[in-house]
Design a protein around this ligand. Structure first.
Ligand code: HEC
Length: 188
């Protein structure tokens, strides 16, 4: 019996050394990834639903004014659910200055996405940060983020008025547009 116990302990410490195959670590990664993925998917759906509604009501130019007021509140109000501390959309070519990537760590993750990386987690002492790329995934995005000829009628004028420093034009289909950043409190 004693021999068997020693073998189990040895096997246990081997898991520790191998590290990457530690089952509980893999489980917790899966746990945070699932929360990050679902909250960003829900928020994306909420944003899209509201933009589509604003366009249907009064057209793309009006929808710009709508996004100007509601996009960040609609996004950040998703925080506070469960262990989610904050949720943001960040980018290198920002429309709203509050969405500009500034932290070195965020820059590194964005470069990783630019190189084709998929969603990823960053572990800190008290928090776990989830990142996911945002791409131009439907032609409608180009009505407000495309080239001068892609933009819907009246959009350029409202953009110039509301976002004089706008960098978020001239995108093409499939291009990396930005990323989600979700900060979560570490559980137990
Ligand atoms: C009706 C015009 C409109 C459409 C359609 C639209 N956007 Fe935007 N988008 C905006 C405006 C306006 C902002 C700035 C919102 C703000 O001030 O918070 C913005 C901001 C963003 C941001 C945040 C980063 C930044 O530059 O401030 C991302 C990411 C983004 N849009 C992606 C998309 C994607 C992807 C699509 C297609 C699914 C899309 N947008 C469709 C108008 C639009």
């Amino acid at each position: 019996m004693a021999g068997r116990g020693a073998l189990l302990i040895a096997a246990g410490s081997l898991w520790g050394i191998i590290g990457c195959s530690n089952p509980s670590e893999e489980q917790s990664k899966e746990y945070y990834r699932r929360i990050g993925d679902s909250i960003t998917t829900l928020t994306q759906q909420a944003l899209l639903k509201n933009v589509v509604q604003a366009v249907a009501d009064s057209g793309f130019a009006f929808a710009i004014r709508y996004c100007n007021v509601h996009a960040i509140p609609l996004t950040s109000e998703q925080a506070g659910k469960g262990n989610v501390v904050s949720i943001q959309r960040l980018t290198d070519r920002n429309r709203n200055p509050n969405n500009k990537i500034t932290a070195a760590e965020d820059h590194r993750v964005f470069e990783y996405f630019r190189a084709g990386g998929t969603d990823t987690l960053l572990f800190r002492d008290e928090e776990v940060v989830y990142y996911k790329p945002i791409k131009i995934f439907m032609p409608t995005c180009l009505k407000c983020h495309g080239s001068a000829s892609d933009l819907a009628e009246g959009v350029a004028a409202v953009l110039n008025e509301k976002y004089p420093q706008d960098l978020a034009r001239n995108y093409t289909m499939g291009e990396l547009r930005g990323m989600w950043k979700v900060v979560m409190k570490k559980q137990g």
